[in-house]
Write a protein that binds this ligand. Structure first.
Ligand code: GUN
Length: 280
């Protein structure tokens, strides 16, 4: 059976490291504060935001909560962001996505001071990642790199295939694997002969957004498989983009859903918040 990459344990380890760093900062008289903005009350977003605030409390980061009505105008939201940009005591600004349809997400992300962009979504953060300069890195792909490294998976020189090209996961994932000297291919919905492409992968990162789409036929014997998806199956049980039962016997290591990539996103957000102090 493959090594099961335990995202719960690794994320707990990272949160404890961040907690230690935050406490050292406190001893130097430096506190860390994250502003969390949610517009409307999408239930999934409320769960994520609640978990982020809980993680802040655990590691000793202060969180300021802004729960805005669904009808909030774009200008009102931008004006709040400008105010938080100016506040020296606020180190990180996070706007939970998705936003209501009448608000332009790009305008909102672009309004956040890049020095406070703990989600790593601002074009400047994406640019610094691309050219290898210091800046914030999107939390989910940064968490996947930590999962690989802390599980003893070597990236340098390996064939890495990322399925998915979103701004939040696929693209930054490819850049991070490249930074680790992987040989990187990005596949997506228009890729021809997907199975032939994925069957080359020593490390396969799956962010397709389709429940259990990736079966054993897509996976090379001995590959490391990272599943970014999260869905509910017909029995209301959580499942990923990978058909776990089918793929586990052929791979050398795999992330489960739940308990794989999921918990890493918030751990890396905490890491970004603690590190924001040195970028400011
Ligand atoms: N919505 C889904 N994932 C994320 C995330 O990582 N950050 C924010 N701000 N919104 C999200």
């Amino acid at each position: 059976m493959p090594q099961i990459i335990d995202g719960k344990a690794i994320s707990a380890q990272i949160k404890d490291e961040v907690k230690e760093k935050v406490s050292q900062l406190k001893e130097q008289g430096i506190s860390v504060c994250l502003a969390v903005i949610q517009v409307g009350n999408d239930p999934a977003s409320s769960v994520y935001v609640g978990n982020k605030k809980k993680a802040c409390a655990y590691v000793g980061i202060e969180s300021l909560s802004y729960e805005l009505a669904e009808e909030t105008t774009q200008e009102e939201l931008l004006s709040l962001i400008r105010e938080l940009n100016q506040k020296e005591e606020v180190n990180g600004i996070l706007v939970q996505l998705p936003l209501p349809g009448h608000i332009d997400e790009n305008a909102v992300i672009g309004a956040i001071d890049p020095r406070k962009d703990v989600d790593g979504f601002h074009p400047q953060s994406v640019g610094t990642l691309c050219i290898g300069q210091p800046g914030f890195v999107s939390c989910t792909p940064a968490g996947i790199i930590e999962l690989l490294k802390r599980s003893g998976v070597k990236i340098a020189g390996k064939e890495c295939v990322v399925i998915g090209r979103s701004n939040i996961v696929g693209k930054p994932m490819a850049l991070l694997l490249l930074r680790e000297n992987g040989t990187v291919t990005v596949a997506h919905s228009k890729t021809e002969n997907l199975k032939e492409v994925t069957a080359r992968a020593d490390i396969l990162i799956v962010a397709v957004g389709k429940p259990r789409m990736i079966t054993a036929e897509y996976v090379k014997e001995g590959a490391v498989v990272i599943d970014v998806g999260i869905h509910r199956n017909e029995n209301n049980k959580l499942c990923g983009d990978v058909d776990y039962e089918d793929v586990a016997p052929v791979c050398s290591a795999i992330t489960p859903v739940p308990g794989g990539v999921g918990p890493m996103t918030i751990a890396m957000l905490m890491y970004n918040c603690a590190n924001s102090v040195s970028l400011q």
